[in-house]
Design a protein around this ligand. Structure first.
Ligand SMILES: [Fe+2]
Ligand SMILES: [Fe+2]
Length: 180
């Protein structure tokens, strides 16, 4: 049975937010010293390295592109919103890369300097804030439009395409990624 594209993307959102919260919580508690929960930190870091950029890419290449093709030229507000969301993807992808570098440094060295720790926590808090608004927009202003803009077959095909990509951990993709 094909997955609903919105359901899959919303699940991916929840897992990204949860992984970010895990990283932020452990980073704050560990204060640059020995990680209080190294396994969870490591899993969350690896999950985000794979899923965060893949989520942005899947939305742009599969979801937003279909929606752009399906809506009229006059829907300029919606087109502008899609452009804005894509721009935010570029921003989050850059921040994720820096988070990944700092997280890997922490794992490798067993600690981070106070400046690096502050930087990591600031980046994680900034990402959480940015995602809150970004996700709300996608889930309220973009995903609900798919069923009306595409045919039923088009929605099913979209679900199949998304299901082939590493967007979630857990039972659906347990062969591909560590659990968050
Ligand atoms: Fe997005
Ligand atoms: Fe998204």
């Amino acid at each position: 049975m094909p997955l609903d594209p919105s359901e899959l993307l919303v699940l991916s959102h929840r897992q990204i937010v949860s992984a970010l919260a895990s990283l932020a919580g452990i980073s704050k508690k560990s204060s640059g010293g020995s990680l209080c929960d190294r396994a969870t930190f490591c899993n969350a870091l690896h999950f985000l390295r794979i899923v965060a950029p893949e989520h942005s890419a899947a939305e742009e290449e599969v979801v937003f592109s279909r929606l752009r093709s399906a809506i009229s030229r006059e829907q300029t507000d919606l087109r502008r919103l899609l452009d804005d969301l894509e721009e935010e993807h570029g921003c989050t992808d850059r921040v994720h890369r820096e988070v990944d570098q700092l997280g890997e440094s922490w794992l490798a060295a067993g600690g981070l300097s106070p400046a690096e720790t502050t930087r990591l926590i600031d980046l994680l808090d900034g990402l959480a804030q940015l995602y809150r608004r970004h996700i709300e927009l996608e889930e309220t202003a973009i995903f609900p439009l798919l069923a009306g803009a595409l045919t039923a077959a088009g929605v099913e095909e979209l679900g199949r395409e998304l299901a082939r990509r590493p967007l979630v951990s857990g039972s659906r993709r347990e062969d591909r990624r560590p659990k968050v």
